[in-house]
Structure formats: C-alpha cells, structure tokens
Write a protein that binds this ligand. Sequence first.
Ligand code: 1GP
Length: 233
Amino acid sequence: MIQVQSYLEEIRQAAFEERKLLSILVDPDKFDVARASEFFQKIPKETTHIFVGGSTVKEGETCAVVKALKNYCSLPVILFPGDFSQISSEADALLFLSLISGRNPEFLIEQQVRSVEKIKSSDLEVIPTGYILIDGGRQTSVQKVSKTIPINQKDLKLVVNTALAGQYSGKQLIYLEAGSGAEYPVSSEIIKAVSSSLEIPVIVGGGIRTQQQMHNAYKSGATMVVMGTAFEK
Ligand code: 1GP
C-alpha cells in the first residue's frame, strides 16, 4: 500500500510528541514574488510550514505566490484562505476554515460550499479547522471582512465552549486568532484553557511578534504558532 503523506497527521504527531511548529503566513497581496528567495533567507530556521492567505486577495494572486514559494522551499505550503477564490491546487493542503466564533453564514458554510468545485479538481488535503476570532485590542481585517464580533479575552468560558463545539462537530484543528496586526495576542490563560480541554491540536496566531510571545503560546499548549506581520517587511 502506498503511504499517503498527511499534513494533518504530521501536526497531530507533533502535538502528541509535544514538538512545536512554526508557520510563517504569507499574504499574497503583500508578497513580492521576485523576492521569494530573500524571504526564505529571513524567516527563522525553525519554520516548519508556510501558510498562504489574506482577508482580501486579488483573483489569481494566490496561485502565483504559491508557485513561487514552492520553487524555493520544500516546506509544506498550506492555504489559509480568506475566501474560496484563494484556493489554489498548487498548494499542499487547505485549512478548511469555519469561523465558528461568528454568526455570519457566509463564513460558516457559504464560502465552504462555493469552494467545493475547486477542491474536487485538486489534490489538496482538506483539513477541517474551527477558526475562533478573539479580541486583540484593535479592529482587524478578519473582523471587518467577516462582519463578525471577536470574543472578548475575558470570556474564557465562551472561547472554551466554542472550541469544544468545534471539536464535537468534527473539526480536526482549532485556530485561535487575534487577527493580523493585533495589538496583543491571545492570552496564555485562553491557550491553556482551550488546549487542556481539547483532544485536537491548537494553532495560535495574530499579534505574535517576539520570541517571548511565541514561547508563551507554546508553553501554554499551542502546537503551532503563526506569524505574519513580523516577516512582511
Ligand atoms: C495569523 O493572522 C495571523 O493567524 C497573523 O498575524 O500578522 O499579527 O502575525 P500577524
């Protein structure tokens, strides 16, 4: 039997072994494909994954960026799409996101249904992911574009119950998101409470700029940290 590589399985394995993963997020709107090789010289050597996506990306841009990235690295390139138009068959896998902190059907099911034809005609591994937007001190693009209200960091119980509802409904990963460029990241308290309540791996992103913030997230139970803005320049 042929061994099929599963990116989800790799993340699960890392969670099981308490290995920490680092993903650098590339926003196709802000990425210069001509400088892809320079980009790879600047990102940390600990980087294990590249995520590609943004809240608003021009049609066709994602595909060109994924191709350029794959030319320069052997890291898994995983789509983290703001909408179905960002699904590119050039990538390795797709975080099939549902914005479960929100109550906007557009990001709970509409975009997902619209993406099916593209997914069917690709070899992308589809990873069901519960995406939870948490207040990071400023209004971020995710909030604006999704027209949903982030959960207050003080509402620990609501965050945990939302994550558990995601797990019970079959999500394989939970992504705690403070939003790109957030003033402050998701608190250690939230990460601890969520990761200790779940049986699936937790990804944390938004507003993480320093080693200290990254280590706090890992120490609190995140399997993967995502950083974007810190490497955009
Ligand atoms: C990934 O949106 C984040 O979850 C990225 O956030 O740009 O603040 O690193 P930053």
